[in-house]
Design a protein around this ligand. Structure first.
Ligand code: UD1
Length: 430
C-alpha cells in the first residue's frame, strides 16, 4: 500500500504557489459541453478529480488535449452522448455537474444517481427540484436519473432550501439558454460560482448577481467557446496557511485571492497567528501558543467546511478548549478518531466536536478519512513526535497537486513510501 510518511519536528518555511481551484475547474470543464467547439482552460490543477472529469467528458464524446500539465483544450464539437455511468459518478460525485450543461445543450441527460459518500448522504434533491421548476422532467430507474424537457426549458424563480454549491451551479448551467429569466434565490456565493458565471458570460451567457444570494440568468441563444483561467484554489492556499500556523516559521502562500479566505484569516488571527496579506498572497507565522477559538462551518462567506479538518489539527494543540460546529455536512468529523490515535483529545457530540488542546501529538499509523482530513493528518505529522504514516492517500491526490513535493520544498521531512499490508484471509488460515 502506498503511504505518506512524515517525520515531525523539522522546520517548515518558505514560499508555495497554489494551483487553480479544484471545485472551479471541475465545473468549468463540465460547462464546456454547453458551448460546442474548443474551449481552453488554463491553470487547471493536475489532480485525480480533474482526471475523472476528463473521463466523463470523453465518455460523452469530447476530445481533450493537455498542454504543459495545466492547460486543457477541450473540444466539445462532437459530443453526441448524454449518459454518465455509475462507475464514474461513484468515483467522483462532482460528475453530476454535467447534468446542467447536458440539459442546456441537448434538452436531456442520463446521470447515475450518486450513492452516499464518506462525508454524508449528499443528496441532490435540490438540483432536481430546481430543474423541475425550469421544465425538466425526471424519471429514475435502474439507479439512473433520466432528465428530459418535452416542452423546452423556461425561466422561473427557484428558492433553494439551503445555499447548495452544486445545485446553484447546475441551475446556472441548465438555464443559460432557457426561455426568459431564471432567478435563483438563496444561491450559494462561493468564489468558484463567480468563476463559473464569469466563464459562461465570456461564452455569451447573461448571468447577473453571481456571488450574491440572488442570481439572475437571462436566457440567450448559442454559447461559444472561450479561453479562461481557473481561479486560484483558496482551500489549497488555506491548507498551507494552516501549515504555517501549525509549524510556526513563516510560509508565504501565493496564487490566490486572500479575500476568498476572509473569515478563515480573521479566525486564525484570533487564534494568535500572525498574518500579512498581499493582493495575491498571504504570509503566516506564529510565535505564541495557539488560542482556542470556536469555529462554525457555513456556506461562503462563512467558515468553509473544506477548512474544518485542517483547523481541527491546529486547535487540537491550542492552550485550552473549544468547539467546532459542522453545519454543512452531517458526517465530516472522521478525522477526529485518527487524530485521537496521535494523542489529540477530541469528543464528538452530534455535529459538534469538543476539542481540548493537548501539549503535543505523537506520530502514529493513521488513515486519510477523506480529502481534507488526509491533508490535515499530514499536517499533524509535521509537528508530531516521531514518524506518522498516513494510508489511503488516494483521497489526498483527489485535490492536492504535488502535496508531498510542495511540503518537501518547504523543508518538511515527508515522502511517499510503500508498506506491506497483510490481507485478512477468507476463512481460517492458521
Ligand atoms: C461543494 C464542494 C465541496 C464543498 C461543498 C460546500 C465541489 C466539487 N465540492 O460540494 O468541496 O465542501 O460544496 O462548500 O465543488 N444538499 C442536499 N440536497 C442537494 C444538494 C445538497 O441536501 O440537492 C446538502 C448536502 O448533502 C450537504 C449540503 O447540502 O449537506 C451542502 O452541499 P453542497 O453545497 O451542494 O456541496 P457540494 O456541491 O456537493
Amino acid at each position: 500500500m502506498e503511504v505518506i510518511q512524515v517525520l515531525g519536528g523539522r522546520p517548515v518555511t518558505g514560499e508555495v504557489l497554489v494551483e487553480g481551484a479544484k471545485n472551479s475547474a471541475l465545473k468549468l470543464m463540465a460547462a464546456t459541453i454547453a458551448a460546442p467547439g474548443v474551449t481552453t482552460l488554463k491553470n487547471v490543477p493536475d489532480i485525480s478529480d480533474v482526471h475523472v472529469m476528463g473521463k466523463v467528458l470523453k465518455r460523452l464524446g469530447a476530445k481533450i488535449e493537455v498542454v504543459n500539465k495545466h492547460e486543457l483544450r477541450i473540444d466539445t464539437t462532437d459530443v453526441d452522448k448524454w449518459e454518465t455511468p455509475y462507475e464514474l459518478v461513484a468515483q467522483m460525485r462532482a460528475s453530476t455537474a454535467v447534468l446542467g450543461p447536458l440539459i442546456s445543450r441537448f434538452g436531456k441527460a442520463v446521470v447515475a444517481m450518486p450513492g452516499g459518500c464518506n462525508i454524508g448522504e449528499r443528496k441532490i434533491d435540490m438540483h432536481i427540484l430546481g430543474l423541475e421548476a425550469l421544465g425538466v422532467e425526471f424519471k429514475v430507474d435502474h439507479g439512473n436519473i433520466h432528465a428530459s424537457t418535452p416542452n423546452g426549458l423556461h425561466g422561473e424563480t427557484v428558492t433553494l432550501a439551503f445555499a447548495s454549491v452544486g445545485a446553484t451551479e447546475n441551475l446556472i448551467m441548465a438555464s443559460v439558454r432557457a426561455r426568459g429569466v431564471t432567478v435563483i434565490d438563496n444561491a450559494a456565493r462561493e468564489p468558484e460560482i463567480v468563476d463559473l458565471a464569469n466563464m459562461l458570460n465570456e461564452m455569451g451567457a447573461d448571468i447577473r448577481g453571481a456571488g450574491t444570494p440572488v442570481v439572475e440568468i437571462h436566457g440567450v441563444g448559442e454559447l461559444h467557446p472561450v479561453t479562461h483561467t481557473v481561479v486560484g484554489d483558496r482551500i489549497e492556499a488555506g491548507t498551507f496557511i494552516a501549515t504555517g500556523a501549525l509549524c510556526g516559521a513563516p510560509i508565504t502562500v501565493r496564487g490566490f485571492d486572500p479575500l476568498h479566505l476572509g473569515l478563515v484569516l480573521r479566525k486564525y488571527a484570533q487564534m494568535g497567528i500572525s498574518i500579512e496579506r498581499g493582493e495575491r498572497e498571504v504570509t503566516v507565522w506564529r510565535d505564541r501558543p495557539l488560542v482556542p477559538t470556536d469555529i462554525q462551518t457555513l456556506p461562503f462567506p462563512g467558515f468553509p467546511t473544506d477548512m474544518q479538518a485542517q483547523t481541527m489539527t491546529l486547535l487540537s494543540l491550542a492552550k485550552g478548549s473549544c468547539i467546532i460546529t459542522e453545519n454543512v455536512f452531517e458526517n465530516r468529523f472522521m478525522l477526529a478518531s485518527e487524530l485521537r490515535r496521535m494523542g489529540a483529545d477530541i469528543t464528538i457530540e452530534g455535529h459538534h466536536a469538543i476539542v481540548h488542546g493537548v501539549d503535543g501529538l505523537s506520530g502514529a499509523q493513521v488513515k486519510s478519512p477523506d480529502l481534507r482530513g488526509g491533508a490535515a493528518l499530514v499536517m499533524a505529522g509535521l509537528v508530531a513526535d516521531g514518524y506518522t504514516t498516513i494510508g489511503d492517500i488516494h483521497h489526498i491526490r483527489r485535490g492536492y497537486e504535488d502535496f508531498v513535493e510542495k511540503l518537501q520544498a518547504l523543508g518538511a521531512d515527508v515522502r511517499y513510501n510503500t508498506v506491506e499490508v497483510e490481507e485478512a484471509p477468507l476463512g481460517w488460515d492458521l
